[in-house]
Write a protein that binds this ligand. Structure first.
Ligand code: FES
Ligand SMILES: [Fe+2]
Length: 396
Protein backbone atom coordinates (compact mmCIF):
# COMPACT_ATOMS: atom_id res chain seq x y z
CA UNK A 1 0.00 0.00 0.00
CA UNK A 2 1.24 3.49 -0.83
CA UNK A 3 2.20 5.55 2.15
CA UNK A 4 0.02 8.65 2.13
CA UNK A 5 2.05 11.72 1.29
CA UNK A 6 2.14 14.36 3.95
CA UNK A 7 2.38 18.02 3.24
CA UNK A 8 0.86 21.46 3.55
CA UNK A 9 -2.63 20.38 2.49
CA UNK A 10 -3.03 17.86 5.31
CA UNK A 11 -5.91 18.46 7.67
CA UNK A 12 -7.24 21.28 5.53
CA UNK A 13 -11.00 21.38 5.08
CA UNK A 14 -13.26 23.79 3.24
CA UNK A 15 -13.61 25.61 6.54
CA UNK A 16 -10.12 27.09 6.16
CA UNK A 17 -10.70 28.43 2.63
CA UNK A 18 -9.81 32.08 2.18
CA UNK A 19 -12.52 34.37 0.76
CA UNK A 20 -13.20 33.76 -2.95
CA UNK A 21 -12.18 36.52 -5.34
CA UNK A 22 -11.96 37.11 -9.07
CA UNK A 23 -9.66 39.25 -11.16
CA UNK A 24 -11.82 42.34 -11.65
CA UNK A 25 -9.61 43.99 -14.27
CA UNK A 26 -9.92 40.99 -16.60
CA UNK A 27 -13.63 40.43 -16.16
CA UNK A 28 -15.48 43.68 -15.44
CA UNK A 29 -16.72 45.41 -18.58
CA UNK A 30 -18.44 48.60 -17.41
CA UNK A 31 -17.52 52.15 -18.44
CA UNK A 32 -14.67 53.41 -16.26
CA UNK A 33 -13.37 49.97 -15.27
CA UNK A 34 -9.91 48.90 -16.52
CA UNK A 35 -11.28 46.05 -18.63
CA UNK A 36 -14.26 48.09 -19.81
CA UNK A 37 -12.04 50.92 -21.04
CA UNK A 38 -9.84 48.43 -22.89
CA UNK A 39 -12.87 46.83 -24.56
CA UNK A 40 -14.19 50.31 -25.47
CA UNK A 41 -11.30 50.85 -27.87
CA UNK A 42 -12.79 48.34 -30.34
CA UNK A 43 -15.94 47.93 -32.41
CA UNK A 44 -18.25 45.18 -31.15
CA UNK A 45 -21.19 43.48 -32.88
CA UNK A 46 -24.44 44.16 -31.05
CA UNK A 47 -27.08 42.64 -33.37
CA UNK A 48 -27.76 40.89 -36.63
CA UNK A 49 -28.29 43.77 -39.10
CA UNK A 50 -31.63 42.46 -40.35
CA UNK A 51 -32.95 42.31 -36.77
CA UNK A 52 -32.53 46.09 -36.42
CA UNK A 53 -35.74 47.66 -37.70
CA UNK A 54 -37.96 50.69 -37.28
CA UNK A 55 -39.23 49.24 -34.00
CA UNK A 56 -36.99 50.44 -31.12
CA UNK A 57 -35.31 47.63 -29.20
CA UNK A 58 -33.50 47.41 -25.87
CA UNK A 59 -29.97 46.13 -26.14
CA UNK A 60 -27.39 45.56 -23.40
CA UNK A 61 -23.72 45.77 -24.32
CA UNK A 62 -20.63 46.16 -22.07
CA UNK A 63 -22.96 46.71 -19.14
CA UNK A 64 -24.82 49.61 -20.80
CA UNK A 65 -28.54 49.56 -21.55
CA UNK A 66 -29.22 51.26 -24.88
CA UNK A 67 -31.90 51.55 -27.56
CA UNK A 68 -31.21 50.52 -31.13
CA UNK A 69 -33.36 51.26 -34.15
CA UNK A 70 -33.16 51.92 -37.87
CA UNK A 71 -34.67 55.11 -39.23
CA UNK A 72 -36.98 54.92 -42.22
CA UNK A 73 -34.15 55.82 -44.58
CA UNK A 74 -32.26 52.71 -43.35
CA UNK A 75 -29.68 54.38 -41.11
CA UNK A 76 -29.04 52.46 -37.85
CA UNK A 77 -28.97 54.28 -34.53
CA UNK A 78 -27.89 53.46 -30.96
CA UNK A 79 -28.89 55.88 -28.21
CA UNK A 80 -29.07 56.18 -24.44
CA UNK A 81 -32.59 55.19 -23.40
CA UNK A 82 -33.56 58.16 -21.22
CA UNK A 83 -34.83 61.04 -23.34
CA UNK A 84 -32.75 64.20 -22.93
CA UNK A 85 -35.93 66.17 -22.14
CA UNK A 86 -37.39 64.57 -19.03
CA UNK A 87 -36.10 61.07 -19.15
CA UNK A 88 -38.74 58.70 -20.37
CA UNK A 89 -37.40 55.80 -22.33
CA UNK A 90 -37.08 55.98 -26.08
CA UNK A 91 -38.12 52.33 -26.13
CA UNK A 92 -41.64 53.75 -26.43
CA UNK A 93 -40.54 56.15 -29.15
CA UNK A 94 -41.71 56.05 -32.74
CA UNK A 95 -39.24 55.76 -35.57
CA UNK A 96 -39.63 58.13 -38.51
CA UNK A 97 -37.81 59.08 -41.68
CA UNK A 98 -35.34 61.31 -39.83
CA UNK A 99 -34.93 59.53 -36.49
CA UNK A 100 -36.74 58.50 -33.32
CA UNK A 101 -39.51 60.58 -31.71
CA UNK A 102 -40.02 60.41 -27.94
CA UNK A 103 -43.52 59.38 -26.91
CA UNK A 104 -43.85 61.94 -24.10
CA UNK A 105 -43.48 65.42 -25.70
CA UNK A 106 -42.44 64.40 -29.16
CA UNK A 107 -38.82 65.48 -29.29
CA UNK A 108 -37.26 64.05 -32.43
CA UNK A 109 -33.64 62.80 -32.43
CA UNK A 110 -31.65 61.60 -35.41
CA UNK A 111 -29.35 58.54 -35.33
CA UNK A 112 -26.52 60.73 -34.01
CA UNK A 113 -28.63 62.19 -31.22
CA UNK A 114 -29.18 65.63 -32.78
CA UNK A 115 -32.46 67.11 -31.59
CA UNK A 116 -34.40 68.01 -34.73
CA UNK A 117 -37.77 69.01 -33.29
CA UNK A 118 -39.30 70.07 -29.96
CA UNK A 119 -42.94 70.26 -31.04
CA UNK A 120 -44.31 72.00 -27.90
CA UNK A 121 -41.80 74.86 -28.14
CA UNK A 122 -42.05 77.96 -30.33
CA UNK A 123 -40.42 77.38 -33.72
CA UNK A 124 -39.92 73.67 -32.87
CA UNK A 125 -37.44 74.70 -30.16
CA UNK A 126 -35.21 77.67 -30.82
CA UNK A 127 -32.47 76.16 -28.64
CA UNK A 128 -32.87 72.56 -29.70
CA UNK A 129 -29.31 72.50 -31.04
CA UNK A 130 -28.09 72.84 -27.43
CA UNK A 131 -29.46 69.38 -26.67
CA UNK A 132 -28.00 66.12 -27.82
CA UNK A 133 -29.32 62.71 -26.93
CA UNK A 134 -26.31 60.58 -25.85
CA UNK A 135 -25.53 58.25 -28.75
CA UNK A 136 -22.90 55.84 -30.08
CA UNK A 137 -21.61 55.31 -33.61
CA UNK A 138 -22.84 52.15 -35.33
CA UNK A 139 -22.22 50.56 -38.71
CA UNK A 140 -23.60 47.60 -40.65
CA UNK A 141 -20.75 45.31 -41.65
CA UNK A 142 -20.70 41.63 -42.73
CA UNK A 143 -24.40 41.37 -41.84
CA UNK A 144 -23.84 42.49 -38.26
CA UNK A 145 -24.48 45.83 -36.60
CA UNK A 146 -21.25 46.98 -34.95
CA UNK A 147 -21.06 49.68 -32.27
CA UNK A 148 -18.20 51.74 -30.90
CA UNK A 149 -18.71 52.62 -27.23
CA UNK A 150 -15.35 54.29 -26.61
CA UNK A 151 -13.95 57.81 -26.72
CA UNK A 152 -14.95 59.45 -30.02
CA UNK A 153 -11.40 60.49 -30.89
CA UNK A 154 -10.21 56.88 -30.54
CA UNK A 155 -12.67 55.31 -32.97
CA UNK A 156 -10.72 52.87 -35.17
CA UNK A 157 -11.63 51.43 -38.55
CA UNK A 158 -14.04 48.50 -38.62
CA UNK A 159 -12.41 45.06 -38.41
CA UNK A 160 -12.03 43.29 -41.75
CA UNK A 161 -10.85 39.74 -42.37
CA UNK A 162 -9.28 38.37 -45.53
CA UNK A 163 -11.49 35.28 -45.36
CA UNK A 164 -14.63 37.43 -45.54
CA UNK A 165 -13.54 39.64 -48.40
CA UNK A 166 -13.71 38.78 -52.12
CA UNK A 167 -16.48 36.19 -51.89
CA UNK A 168 -17.05 33.83 -54.80
CA UNK A 169 -20.02 34.45 -57.14
CA UNK A 170 -22.34 32.13 -55.19
CA UNK A 171 -21.02 32.86 -51.75
CA UNK A 172 -22.63 34.87 -48.98
CA UNK A 173 -21.82 35.68 -45.37
CA UNK A 174 -24.38 34.34 -42.92
CA UNK A 175 -24.55 36.06 -39.52
CA UNK A 176 -26.20 34.35 -36.57
CA UNK A 177 -26.50 34.72 -32.80
CA UNK A 178 -28.12 31.47 -31.69
CA UNK A 179 -25.28 30.54 -29.35
CA UNK A 180 -23.76 28.08 -31.81
CA UNK A 181 -20.52 27.07 -30.11
CA UNK A 182 -21.86 27.64 -26.65
CA UNK A 183 -25.04 25.66 -26.27
CA UNK A 184 -26.95 26.56 -29.41
CA UNK A 185 -30.10 27.60 -27.67
CA UNK A 186 -31.87 29.62 -30.38
CA UNK A 187 -31.95 33.21 -31.66
CA UNK A 188 -30.49 36.01 -29.54
CA UNK A 189 -29.00 33.52 -27.11
CA UNK A 190 -27.33 35.06 -24.06
CA UNK A 191 -25.05 32.85 -21.98
CA UNK A 192 -25.11 33.50 -18.22
CA UNK A 193 -21.41 33.84 -17.41
CA UNK A 194 -18.52 36.22 -17.93
CA UNK A 195 -17.30 36.47 -21.53
CA UNK A 196 -13.72 35.56 -20.62
CA UNK A 197 -14.75 32.07 -19.50
CA UNK A 198 -15.81 31.33 -23.04
CA UNK A 199 -13.04 33.21 -24.83
CA UNK A 200 -10.10 31.74 -22.90
CA UNK A 201 -11.62 28.28 -23.31
CA UNK A 202 -10.71 28.50 -27.01
CA UNK A 203 -7.05 28.31 -25.93
CA UNK A 204 -7.78 25.20 -23.80
CA UNK A 205 -7.45 22.41 -26.40
CA UNK A 206 -7.15 19.69 -23.77
CA UNK A 207 -10.74 19.97 -22.63
CA UNK A 208 -11.75 18.72 -26.09
CA UNK A 209 -10.32 15.26 -25.41
CA UNK A 210 -12.00 15.06 -21.99
CA UNK A 211 -15.25 17.07 -21.97
CA UNK A 212 -16.21 16.59 -25.61
CA UNK A 213 -14.95 12.99 -25.90
CA UNK A 214 -13.97 10.79 -22.95
CA UNK A 215 -16.41 12.24 -20.42
CA UNK A 216 -19.49 13.03 -22.47
CA UNK A 217 -19.03 10.70 -25.44
CA UNK A 218 -18.24 11.91 -28.93
CA UNK A 219 -19.67 15.41 -29.19
CA UNK A 220 -17.82 16.26 -32.42
CA UNK A 221 -15.92 13.41 -34.12
CA UNK A 222 -14.02 10.43 -32.60
CA UNK A 223 -10.62 11.82 -33.69
CA UNK A 224 -11.07 14.70 -31.26
CA UNK A 225 -10.48 12.24 -28.41
CA UNK A 226 -6.81 12.07 -29.37
CA UNK A 227 -4.72 14.33 -27.15
CA UNK A 228 -2.83 16.74 -29.38
CA UNK A 229 0.83 17.60 -29.09
CA UNK A 230 1.63 21.20 -29.75
CA UNK A 231 2.15 24.60 -28.25
CA UNK A 232 0.72 28.08 -27.93
CA UNK A 233 2.29 31.25 -29.24
CA UNK A 234 1.59 34.94 -29.11
CA UNK A 235 0.76 36.25 -32.55
CA UNK A 236 0.13 39.75 -33.85
CA UNK A 237 -3.36 40.18 -32.44
CA UNK A 238 -3.78 37.35 -29.96
CA UNK A 239 -2.85 33.78 -29.08
CA UNK A 240 -2.64 30.75 -31.35
CA UNK A 241 -2.50 27.02 -30.59
CA UNK A 242 -1.16 24.58 -33.16
CA UNK A 243 -2.00 21.00 -32.24
CA UNK A 244 -0.95 17.85 -34.02
CA UNK A 245 -2.99 14.65 -33.82
CA UNK A 246 -1.81 11.35 -35.27
CA UNK A 247 -4.82 9.65 -36.80
CA UNK A 248 -5.40 5.86 -36.81
CA UNK A 249 -5.20 5.82 -40.64
CA UNK A 250 -1.59 7.02 -40.52
CA UNK A 251 -2.29 10.61 -41.47
CA UNK A 252 -1.77 13.52 -39.13
CA UNK A 253 -3.95 16.54 -38.71
CA UNK A 254 -2.58 19.92 -37.78
CA UNK A 255 -5.32 21.98 -36.20
CA UNK A 256 -4.73 25.70 -35.72
CA UNK A 257 -6.99 27.62 -33.36
CA UNK A 258 -6.77 31.32 -32.56
CA UNK A 259 -8.15 34.04 -30.35
CA UNK A 260 -7.70 37.68 -31.29
CA UNK A 261 -8.26 40.79 -29.26
CA UNK A 262 -10.65 41.90 -28.19
CA UNK A 263 -13.17 39.01 -28.33
CA UNK A 264 -12.65 37.02 -31.52
CA UNK A 265 -12.70 33.22 -31.45
CA UNK A 266 -11.43 31.39 -34.48
CA UNK A 267 -12.16 27.68 -34.08
CA UNK A 268 -11.80 25.38 -37.10
CA UNK A 269 -14.62 23.06 -38.08
CA UNK A 270 -15.12 20.61 -35.20
CA UNK A 271 -16.04 17.90 -37.69
CA UNK A 272 -12.47 18.29 -39.01
CA UNK A 273 -13.35 19.47 -42.50
CA UNK A 274 -10.02 20.20 -44.19
CA UNK A 275 -8.92 23.71 -45.00
CA UNK A 276 -8.86 27.31 -43.93
CA UNK A 277 -11.29 28.79 -41.53
CA UNK A 278 -14.57 29.99 -43.04
CA UNK A 279 -16.31 31.07 -39.85
CA UNK A 280 -15.51 33.22 -36.84
CA UNK A 281 -17.24 34.22 -33.65
CA UNK A 282 -17.28 37.34 -31.49
CA UNK A 283 -17.66 36.67 -27.74
CA UNK A 284 -19.39 39.94 -26.92
CA UNK A 285 -19.77 40.94 -23.27
CA UNK A 286 -23.37 41.85 -22.47
CA UNK A 287 -22.38 42.74 -18.91
CA UNK A 288 -20.06 41.30 -16.25
CA UNK A 289 -21.99 38.05 -16.04
CA UNK A 290 -23.42 37.48 -19.53
CA UNK A 291 -22.12 37.29 -23.07
CA UNK A 292 -23.48 36.74 -26.58
CA UNK A 293 -21.78 34.92 -29.41
CA UNK A 294 -22.13 36.48 -32.86
CA UNK A 295 -21.01 34.07 -35.58
CA UNK A 296 -20.15 34.75 -39.20
CA UNK A 297 -20.09 31.90 -41.69
CA UNK A 298 -18.94 32.07 -45.28
CA UNK A 299 -21.48 29.92 -47.03
CA UNK A 300 -23.42 29.19 -50.23
CA UNK A 301 -26.96 28.17 -51.17
CA UNK A 302 -27.63 24.53 -50.26
CA UNK A 303 -24.90 24.40 -47.61
CA UNK A 304 -26.06 21.72 -45.16
CA UNK A 305 -22.88 20.97 -43.26
CA UNK A 306 -23.57 19.97 -39.65
CA UNK A 307 -23.21 22.86 -37.22
CA UNK A 308 -23.00 22.80 -33.45
CA UNK A 309 -24.09 19.82 -31.45
CA UNK A 310 -27.37 18.16 -30.68
CA UNK A 311 -27.68 15.29 -28.23
CA UNK A 312 -30.13 12.44 -28.80
CA UNK A 313 -31.60 14.62 -31.53
CA UNK A 314 -32.48 17.35 -29.02
CA UNK A 315 -31.31 20.92 -28.86
CA UNK A 316 -29.36 21.87 -25.78
CA UNK A 317 -32.32 23.76 -24.29
CA UNK A 318 -34.48 20.64 -24.46
CA UNK A 319 -32.17 18.46 -22.36
CA UNK A 320 -33.20 17.29 -18.91
CA UNK A 321 -30.95 17.79 -15.88
CA UNK A 322 -30.02 14.10 -16.10
CA UNK A 323 -28.94 14.55 -19.73
CA UNK A 324 -26.94 17.66 -18.84
CA UNK A 325 -25.18 15.57 -16.18
CA UNK A 326 -24.61 12.69 -18.55
CA UNK A 327 -23.07 14.71 -21.37
CA UNK A 328 -22.10 18.21 -20.37
CA UNK A 329 -20.60 20.40 -23.08
CA UNK A 330 -19.05 23.86 -23.23
CA UNK A 331 -22.16 25.54 -21.91
CA UNK A 332 -22.30 23.39 -18.77
CA UNK A 333 -18.54 23.56 -18.14
CA UNK A 334 -18.30 27.32 -18.55
CA UNK A 335 -21.48 28.43 -16.83
CA UNK A 336 -20.61 25.79 -14.23
CA UNK A 337 -17.65 27.98 -13.27
CA UNK A 338 -20.19 30.50 -11.98
CA UNK A 339 -21.22 33.96 -13.20
CA UNK A 340 -17.59 35.09 -12.82
CA UNK A 341 -15.15 32.32 -11.96
CA UNK A 342 -13.11 32.70 -8.77
CA UNK A 343 -9.53 33.05 -9.97
CA UNK A 344 -8.35 32.87 -6.35
CA UNK A 345 -9.38 29.21 -6.18
CA UNK A 346 -7.74 27.99 -9.39
CA UNK A 347 -4.72 25.73 -9.71
CA UNK A 348 -3.40 26.30 -13.21
CA UNK A 349 -1.15 23.58 -14.64
CA UNK A 350 1.02 23.11 -17.74
CA UNK A 351 -1.96 22.50 -20.02
CA UNK A 352 -3.53 25.79 -18.89
CA UNK A 353 -0.67 27.71 -20.47
CA UNK A 354 -2.92 29.12 -23.21
CA UNK A 355 -5.45 30.37 -20.67
CA UNK A 356 -2.66 32.13 -18.80
CA UNK A 357 -1.37 33.66 -22.03
CA UNK A 358 -4.82 35.06 -22.87
CA UNK A 359 -5.11 36.65 -19.47
CA UNK A 360 -1.61 38.10 -19.56
CA UNK A 361 -2.26 39.59 -22.98
CA UNK A 362 -5.43 41.33 -21.81
CA UNK A 363 -3.71 42.58 -18.64
CA UNK A 364 -0.87 44.04 -20.76
CA UNK A 365 -3.27 45.73 -23.14
CA UNK A 366 -5.31 47.19 -20.28
CA UNK A 367 -2.05 48.76 -19.11
CA UNK A 368 -1.36 50.10 -22.60
CA UNK A 369 -4.77 51.83 -22.60
CA UNK A 370 -4.25 53.15 -19.07
CA UNK A 371 -0.89 54.60 -20.16
CA UNK A 372 -2.56 56.46 -23.04
CA UNK A 373 -1.67 54.09 -25.89
CA UNK A 374 -3.69 52.15 -28.44
CA UNK A 375 -4.12 48.45 -27.73
CA UNK A 376 -3.06 45.87 -30.31
CA UNK A 377 -5.53 45.14 -33.08
CA UNK A 378 -7.02 48.62 -33.37
CA UNK A 379 -6.39 50.01 -36.81
CA UNK A 380 -6.49 53.56 -38.15
CA UNK A 381 -4.80 52.92 -41.50
CA UNK A 382 -6.95 51.47 -44.32
CA UNK A 383 -3.81 49.87 -45.80
CA UNK A 384 -3.51 47.66 -42.70
CA UNK A 385 -7.19 47.05 -42.10
CA UNK A 386 -7.53 43.51 -43.46
CA UNK A 387 -6.48 40.77 -41.07
CA UNK A 388 -5.68 37.28 -42.29
CA UNK A 389 -6.66 34.29 -40.15
CA UNK A 390 -4.38 31.27 -39.95
CA UNK A 391 -6.79 28.88 -38.26
CA UNK A 392 -7.88 25.70 -40.00
CA UNK A 393 -7.61 21.90 -40.20
CA UNK A 394 -4.64 20.76 -42.25
CA UNK A 395 -4.10 17.06 -43.07
CA UNK A 396 -0.49 15.94 -43.54
S1 FES B 1 -39.44 63.18 -22.08
FE1 FES B 1 -38.97 62.90 -24.15
S2 FES B 1 -39.88 64.57 -25.13
FE2 FES B 1 -40.32 64.91 -23.05
FE1 LIG C 1 -15.33 23.11 -26.09
Amino acid sequence: MDTPRTGPIDNVTAYSMPPSTYNAALTEVGRGTPGGEFLRRYWHPIAISTDVTDTPQNVRILGEDLIMFRDKTGRPGLVYPRCAHRGTTLFYGKVEERGIRCCYHGWLFDVEGHCLEQPCEPEMGKHRDRVRQPWYPVADHYGLLFAFLGPAEKKPLLPRFAQFENLGPNEVIAAEDSGLGTGGNGPHFIAPCNWLQHWENVMDPYHVAILHSAFSGTQFVPEMAILPTGDWEYVERGVRFTGLRKLPDGRSIRRVTEVMLPTLRVVPDVHLKAGDIDHIGFTVPVDDTHYRLFNLQRTYPGDNRPRGSTYNGKRWSELTDAEHQLMPGDYEAQTGQGPITFHSEEHLTSTDKGVGMCRRLIAQQIKVVQDGGDPIGVCFDPAEQIVSLEAGNYYE
